[in-house]
Design a protein around this ligand. Sequence first.
Ligand SMILES: [Zn+2]
Length: 360
Amino acid sequence: MSVQRFRGPVLPEGEARDLYVVDGRITYEPQSGADTVAEGWIVPGLVDAHCHLGLDDFGATDDEATEQQALDDRDGGALLIRDAGSAADTRWIHDRDDLPRLIRCGRHIAATKRYIRGYAHEVEPADLATYAAQEARNGDGWIKLVGDWISRDEGDLAPSFPAEAFADAIAAAHANGAKVTAHCFGHGVLPGLIEAGIDCIEHGTGLTEDLIDAMVAHGTRLVPTVMQLDKFPEHAAAGQERFPAYAATMTGLYDRMPATIMAAHEAGVPIYAGSDGGGISRHGNIVGEVEALVRIGMTARDALGAASWRAREWLGVDGLGEGASADFVVYDRDPLEDLSVLRTPRCIVLRGTVVGERRT
Ligand SMILES: [Zn+2]
């Protein structure tokens, strides 16, 4: 049996250690006959808490394209993905040891004609809870609702469903063992969702101080996907002529975005990193989201934790403790001192196998 040794400071603590991999698992007990595979800063496998495997601009992709998306994510260091909604059935990824661990939300649930065409189950309010229960049984412990979207009738962002329908859907998902998250750009949808006990908010640009307090009180999590929010000016420009109120709403949300997200962070709302790869954005760029979180004011430690050890703990997946699956990335320098090193991993280890290695 081959035994591999990795040597260097292990994050988040940063204590220099010899980490051994035996049978795909981590041990810190010294092992004889170990080959040293890599030395450097050892970081628990990165986590992309919001991306979409099996989606492109037009809806579901075939398995070959989906596989490439998953490989791109993995090669960017993301070894655990919470898929935030996909029109494709991607559960086959669970059977592939060379692809990232995956937590699926099933398919998005949106209001009829109120989301990107080809992405979601589009339903009427009376059917929302039924679909929530169905996707709860289809997913891996999460479902994804589209909380708000442009209403062409109102000419502005508006909640997809009445608050009571959302509350029933959240209860139905919970009764079927799944947590619930929702796409929320605007303000109006948030009070009802948070009050109804939603588990996580995606984007969250409409948060205000009182809602941030309510999230802290309820333990609601936030995945802002800052790179996706950077597209708000494009959405505003596209809507300017026909939907000026919508354009003004998006512009206002974007202007306040860094302050909004940082207010949530400073109040103690747990924030996690999501690249939103697959829904318009490219795959393999979780590092871009870490950089974006730092750009809006988070420390490197908080931003990297949001994409690694804190997110793994949240999603119930081991970090780098004794006996854990060997899922980690090795870097030449301390990423907390120099985030740019995240772009050039020395070595990527998934389930104890080196799946990526830089030779130079
Ligand atoms: Zn998304």
